[in-house]
Design a protein around this ligand. Structure first.
Ligand SMILES: [Zn+2]
Length: 387
């Protein structure tokens, strides 16, 4: 899994400065040979061409053979040298990438330093070590300074989105693939355990829930809390607006700051749309109806039909709205696990968002806008048996 020269090192105690990887190829010797070969060729060529005129005819044939062999030898010397070797910094140099990340994430998740390996997607044989340092932003900012230091320095010829970062401690961090050398979102993501046994960690649950519509690319509402606009919605004995309001409270409970606020004057956010004369199948649904200039949702309608005729159905209506509000937090997909309110195979079995879904919402909304989560988590530990 790791390059051989890291094998016996403790990932968390390794000092990158002392353990520089060995060069992949000798970059000095071919250059010397190349220079020598060219000098010899330039110096001897006139003599080689002129001398045969002075040689007696019987010996000319043997001389021509020697001349050919010599010429081939010189050409081989030049051919062996790597004249197209790309510009490459000396190995003792390193390159830095500093990222300032404003977020509420990470305070209880054990951010700290770590050692990684870097390589290139392109198949270029260069690789090295990457030292990760994480420190809190200066007050009053909340978030993290993230510094990557690459040994040896990343090659100048590196193409965009070609960097692969593999943590030496894959139990702790997710692998990263497809970043540019100075990308502002090159942030490491820790592995976070969850209660569900159907997903290996939180990242894989988030990916499952955000692949539909968002393709795992982090998207935010313009502000939080998200306004929820209610309308009169009496379905027989059940006040649907009251049920939606109760569902918002269930999401708000236990959150660092509330996700939702009832605000019937807001021009964006979530809006209850009730059809008093129509049964709907399914009885509740979420629908994105307005986008901003960058394609991010600005309004989501929660559609409710006139489906309920008994007060006994009320708890199921609240559950249904808890499920739809999960979608309104951009967890647009469904979970395979029935312990989640976003279970997709039947109406929800639980009345509240699970701890897993609260974590998923918190992380999704704490990550930088536009971060592509499909670049994370490609490692041997990501495999999962869904049986
Ligand atoms: Zn759903």
């Amino acid at each position: 899994m790791y390059p051989h020269h890291y094998k016996n090192l403790n990932p968390d105690s390794m000092d990158c400065r002392l353990k520089l990887p060995k060069p992949k190829q000798n970059r000095e010797f071919p250059h010397v040979i190349n220079t020598m070969g060219n000098s010899l060729l330039v110096f001897l060529w006139p003599n080689i061409c002129i001398y045969p005129q002075r040689i007696p005819l019987p010996e000319l044939d043997a001389y021509m053979k020697i001349q050919s062999l010599f010429f081939v030898f010189i050409c081989c010397l030049n051919g062996c040298s790597n004249t197209s070797n790309p510009a490459y910094p000396p190995e003792e140099e390193s390159s830095l990438s500093n990222i300032s990340w404003n977020t509420s994430l990470g305070t209880a998740d054990g951010w700290n330093a770590g050692n990684w390996e870097w390589s290139l997607v392109s198949g270029d044989s260069y690789s090295g070590v990457a030292k990760l340092e994480i420190s809190p932003l200066a007050e009053p900012l909340k978030g993290w300074n993230i510094q990557w230091e690459f040994f040896p320095a990343l090659p100048d010829s590196q193409e965009q989105n070609s960097l692969v970062l593999t943590p030496l401690n894959q139990e702790k961090w997710h692998c990263m693939k497809g970043f540019g050398p100075h990308e502002s979102s090159m942030i490491p993501l820790p592995r976070i355990p969850i209660d569900s046994t159907l997903y290996p960690d939180l990242l894989h649950l988030i990916k499952e829930l955000t692949t539909p519509y968002f393709q795992q690319r982090v998207t935010h509402w313009p502000e939080y809390p998200i306004p929820v606009r209610l309308v009169p919605a009496i379905n027989g004995p059940i006040d649907m607006a009251e049920c939606l309001s109760e569902a918002t409270e269930r999401w708000n409970e236990g959150a660092d700051s509330p996700w939702f606020i009832i605000d019937s004057t807001a021009s964006w956010g979530i809006r209850l749309v009730f059809f008093p004369d129509r049964e709907m199948h399914p009885p509740l649904a979420a629908q994105i109806t307005r986008l901003d200039g960058d394609g991010r949702p600005l309004r989501i309608n929660l559609l409710a039909g006139n489906n309920y005729h008994s007060l006994l159905s009320r708890p199921y209506v609240v559950r249904g709205f808890v499920h739809e509000l999960g979608h309104a937090l951009f967890l647009w997909g469904h979970s395979l696990d029935r312990i989640h309110c976003l279970w997709g195979l039947a109406p929800p079995m639980v009345s509240d968002p699970s701890a897993d879904e609260r974590k998923a919402a918190r992380w999704w909304h704490g990550l930088p806008d536009g971060l592509d989560l499909s670049r994370y988590g490609d490692s041997a530990l990501s495999s999962i048996n869904l049986q």
